[in-house]
Ligand binder design. Sequence first.
Ligand SMILES: Cc1cc2nc3c(=O)[nH]c(=O)nc-3n(C[C@H](O)[C@H](O)[C@H](O)COP(=O)(O)OP(=O)(O)OC[C@H]3O[C@@H](n4cnc5c(N)ncnc54)[C@H](O)[C@@H]3O)c2cc1C
Length: 306
Amino acid sequence: MLSRTALIYLSRHEGLKDFAARFSLFKRLTTRFVAGENIDEAIAAIRELNHEGCSASFDHLNESVANAAEADEEVKEYLQILRQIDETGINSNVSIKLTQFGLELDPELAYKNARAVVAEAASRGNFCRVDMEASAVTQKTIDIFKRLRAEFELNDVGIVLQSYLRRTYADAEALVKLPARIRICKGAYNEPAEVAFPDKKDVDENYVRVMQLLLASGTYHGIATHDPKMIDATIEFSEREGIPKEAFEFQMLYGIRRDLQRQLAKDGYNMRVYVPYGKHWYPYFMRRLAERPANIWFVLKNTLKG
Ligand SMILES: Cc1cc2nc3c(=O)[nH]c(=O)nc-3n(C[C@H](O)[C@H](O)[C@H](O)COP(=O)(O)OP(=O)(O)OC[C@H]3O[C@@H](n4cnc5c(N)ncnc54)[C@H](O)[C@@H]3O)c2cc1C
């Protein structure tokens, strides 16, 4: 069985996608986690989610662009998404990655590009979430987010923190003081033990600590997880502290634990589904397999069944 580390390693070698994508089987595997290759397919998926009582967040898949022109194309794509959200009336915000806007080429370029998208979202009364990527860019991502947050309102732009990072509790304490809207997740990259807890138990404990800090802060945050233990801890804490259901939202990824997504929405919780789409689905897809290598067999089994 391929390990998590091996799958994350493979996720960074997009050249393999061209090889893998020749097999229609592999292509079909991706449709479980990726809503399609273009905006219209993603909109159709979001309409269905809205119908089930869930809101959404668009994610155009294209990490680590190679040059400024590609980053500019990403900005255009997001401006188009924001326009189409308004035109179609779907319930969705957007999530961006700063490497998609050129962070690895020039942080100033990434800031300007992200600023253009946040400004558009703000002018439309929508919201832009800055995703968190590998630890090599954590500080740069927080620095750019703080500049954006200084220029825009609380409900215009938010950030993500990962409970596997040792630094995250301190980051959460500092960011809630701004205040800032935070999505807490466990973290999806391969990180060394110096920066991230190697044991799942510590990642989960830290998740619960950060979740409690966020919920107690009085700001509207996102609790992103498919883990029933984290969800139960959130519900238990909010009920104990008298925090109303409308004061936060649960978030999950497209195609993962749909049963739980529907159940939480039915129980009156705000439920947002992160909807990735685009041609560059390979690294995202491989990270999802890495989270649960058993998915390879699940998908293969279902694909073979036809
Ligand atoms: C809305 C959202 C946004 C995210 N944004 C970021 C981000 O900006 N940066 C970042 O590093 N990470 C991000 N992630 C990914 C996150 O860090 C985790 O890698 C991912 O959510 C798995 O962790 P978990 O909390 O579900 O718990 P886990 O302990 O990994 O899983 C708990 C249970 O959930 C189910 N499950 C989890 N993953 C899968 C899967 N792939 N397939 C099938 N079942 C699964 C299984 O039943 C599993 O037992 C995001 C996740 C979500 C939900």
